[in-house]
Design a protein around this ligand. Structure first.
Ligand code: DGJ
Length: 707
């Protein structure tokens, strides 16, 4: 994006080939938002807005579209910033002070007219992508304390005169990212989470808005945004009925229900990033933009396999087949089976620690159970490595069981209040990671474990939420500090162990979010790997996240499935497993020969196409929300290969009545081939392909390549 400042108009513009974002300083020194959408042509395009628009005309009422709303003058809308000063004053008047443009970043400094409070608005861009990331740095420049009753990252304003449809994703454990859509009326609608962490399972901090609900996968404008924060957040969609219809503002940031930090003199509060983006070609292109951003800017940091192309190894994890019922003998027997089917990474999930034969003990004591693992982790690690496999292990560093040596030694380490009996959930307490000493203790034992067990892979899990965060938790911003510590530890591990593969898991997809993205090579999608439920879960996950991140202990799940008891044929489960990061949850010790051989051939076939599949865009050719079937096209970014996954269940019609499915994004002049059938890219997109889906649990996978 090109960032510019026009001194005559006091106008800031950020322009890429697909999007523009603009704001200006008005005659009272306030920042007013002007525009977000398709690019305009020149500075003078804004003269009409700066001079004539009755709503945003500079003047006392001109703060209605404040760039960083703070209840200033006649700005009555949802604020980004609310501050309470020691003399009792609770309003702000932030005026422009200075700005710096450097290296794709713009920083604008605002100061209160009277009180010693400074706000730096930071704008981040990524090459030419139609994305602008914003955050605020709020600084108490005086000596008396200031309480921040709200400290949001940014506000974004939508064009006037439209009735907006909001698309967002909400859910719960085992049913993450369920798509929600509604037309916004004159009201304030808030998406928020307030349980310390694990937010993404309930609300993904993401939104998409299209006018009148008129945009489709391929057509129409889509305004979207994401908050890069894994803790409690708020996103407010406020539709004000002004002189022109439906003025919609979106504010987002950390939850002020959960934190109201008090800044002492000289202290700053840095908000997380909140990014807005724009697609002029529907929801499909929105996903392409998000994928480009991840492939080119976010994942390279975490892509430790194969220098940036990042093919994810095929995982065999102990959780689905055995849960806590594991010991040395069983695991040593398991390793050759993993080898036989072509697995590449063996992961010991929960249950390996001292006393951890169920979820009531062992968390906090990070040593292998001497009874069940007499040779320690080292013996398993050696056997795994001798078999030519990678070795991984599960941890849950933020938790402690009451029945653990750690808790007996440090009962004061947990999040709790002095006059209450601490509550357990899944029989565990949460360690107060906002404390630096506890954070550093976790770093020490994690370092020791990674090195002594010769780990190639670490799965970090997190399985509970909390209300009781300790005394003065709001003012101490415990919930924010907690998440900052988690980010700090992840950064430490990434920097110290650049080759270690990492999985981010929180009871399934509780931390599959834009705050954790970039820290890990896999982001657990859900504990629910039932492939029928996966149709919705994965369609939505892959709307914003690249599918190679789509982890889980067993994406090729056992049947019947432990979550909902559904029995599904192996072929359907294998096809489903290929859509994400492949992991096998089937018990390989009891599986019959036919199953093992089929897994082996499926894994071999998957490996042939893995590089393409894991570096592809995903197009939703037929959505499970519209049909009793789903068709997903995975198109390699250089358009040399594409794969069509089709899943159907409870089909009432004869297969020949299914429409021809028209592909997207191909090179029209190329010829593609699959199983002896050749078609031009143009014909594949214009005429489409016939797929056979019949009856129940019916699936097909077709691999196409450029001739
Ligand atoms: C929840 C995770 O999502 C599962 O994959 C597994 O690791 C269990 N926790 C273990 O307790």
């Amino acid at each position: 994006m090109k960032i510019s400042y026009d001194e005559t108009r006091k106008l800031f513009r950020m322009v890429s080939s697909e999007m523009e974002y603009a704001f200006a300083v008005n005659q009272y020194g306030r920042l007013i938002n002007l525009y977000w959408g398709a690019p305009n042509r020149s500075e003078s395009d804004y003269d009409i807005l700066l001079s004539y628009n009755p709503v945003i005309k500079p003047g006392p009422r001109g703060v209605q579209r404040a760039e960083y709303p703070s209840r200033d003058s006649f700005d009555f809308g949802e604020p980004c910033l609310r501050a309470a000063f020691d003399d009792g004053a609770e309003t702000l008047r932030l005026v422009y002070s200075s700005h710096v443009i450097s290296g794709g970043e713009l920083r604008v400094t605002l100061r209160d007219e009277y009180y010693p409070l400074e706000v730096e608005l930071v704008y981040t861009t990524w090459g030419d992508l139609p994305l602008v990331g914003r955050r605020a740095v709020i600084k108490n420049t005086g000596s008396e304390p200031v309480r921040l009753d709200s400290a949001k990252s940014a506000a974004f304003w939508l064009p006037y005169g439209r009735r907006w449809r909001l698309t967002h994703y909400a859910g719960d454990w085992a049913s993450e990212y369920q798509k929600q859509q509604q037309l916004l009326t004159q009201s304030s609608l808030r998406l928020e989470t307030s349980q310390l962490t694990d937010a993404a399972a309930h609300h993904t901090p993401f939104f998409a808005l299209d006018a009148d609900g008129g945009s489709t996968e391929e057509l129409g404008e889509v305004y979207f945004g994401m908050l890069h924060w894994s803790g409690d957040f708020q996103m407010t969609f406020e539709t004000q009925h002004t002189q022109q219809l439906d003025c919609l503002g979106v504010t987002g940031g950390v939850s002020d229900y959960m934190s109201r930090p008090v800044l002492c003199g000289g202290e700053s509060f840095v908000t997380p990033l909140f990014t807005c983006g724009f697609s002029s070609r529907g929801f499909g292109h929105m996903s392409e933009i998000l994928y480009d951003w991840q492939f080119d800017y976010i994942l390279p940091r975490g892509d430790k396999t194969d220098k940036g192309h990042g093919e994810r190894p095929i995982i065999c994890n102990t959780w689905y087949p055995y849960e806590f019922d594991i010991d040395e003998k069983k695991l040593l027997d398991y390793i050759p089976k993993v080898k036989r089917i072509g697995g590449e990474l063996f992961v010991i999930d929960d249950g390996w620690m001292s006393g951890r034969t169920n979820d009531r003990a062992g968390l906090g004591d990070w040593v292998a159970d001497p009874k069940r693992f007499p040779g320690g982790l080292g013996k398993i690690a050696d056997a795994v490595h001798d078999a030519g496999l990678l070795f991984g292990i599960w941890v849950e560093p933020e938790m402690v069981n009451p029945d653990s040596d750690l808790y007996r030694a440090h009962p004061d380490w947990i999040l709790s209040e002095p006059n209450r009996n601490p509550l357990t959930m899944r029989s565990q307490y949460i360690l107060d990671m906002s404390r630096e000493d506890i954070r550093d203790w976790a770093i020490d034992w994690l370092d020791e474990l990674i090195e002594s067990a010769k780990l190639d892979y670490l799965k970090w899990d997190m399985n509970r939420q909390a209300n009781e965060l300790g005394l003065y938790a709001l003012e101490r911003a415990v919930s924010v500090k907690y998440m900052r510590s988690i980010e700090y530890i992840w950064r430490h591990i990434n920097e110290k162990y650049p080759d270690l593969l990492l999985e981010n898991c929180a009871g399934g997809g509780g931390r599959a979010d834009f705050g954790m993205l970039g820290f890990a090579d896999r982001m657990n999608r859900s504990d629910n790997a039932d492939p029928i439920d996966v149709m919705t879960i994965h369609e939505n996950y892959s709307t914003f996240f690249v599918p190679k991140l789509a982890g889980g202990a067993g994406n090729v799940s056992p049947s019947p499935n432990g979550i909902n008891g559904r029995a599904v044929p192996l072929e359907f489960r294998i096809a489903s497993g290929m859509t994400g990061s492949m992991s096998i949850g089937i018990d390989l010790l009891t599986a019959d020969d036919a199953t093992l051989e089929r897994l082996k051939s499926a894994i071999a076939e998957f490996k042939l196409h893995r590089r393409a599949l894991q570096n592809s865009y995903v197009y939703r050719i037929a959505s499970v929300y519209d049909h009793s079937y789903q068709v997903l096209e995975y198109l390699e970014r250089d358009k040399n290969e594409f794969t069509v996954f089709a899943f159907g269940h409870n089909l009432h019609q004869w297969d020949k009545q299914l429409p021809r499915f028209r592909m997207r994004g191909l090179d029209p002049d190329a010829v593609y081939e699959s199983d002896g059938v050749r078609m031009s890219g143009a014909a594949l997109m214009n005429i489409g392909i016939q797929l056979r889906l019949m009856g129940d649990y019916t699936s097909s996978v077709s691999f196409w390549h450029r001739v």
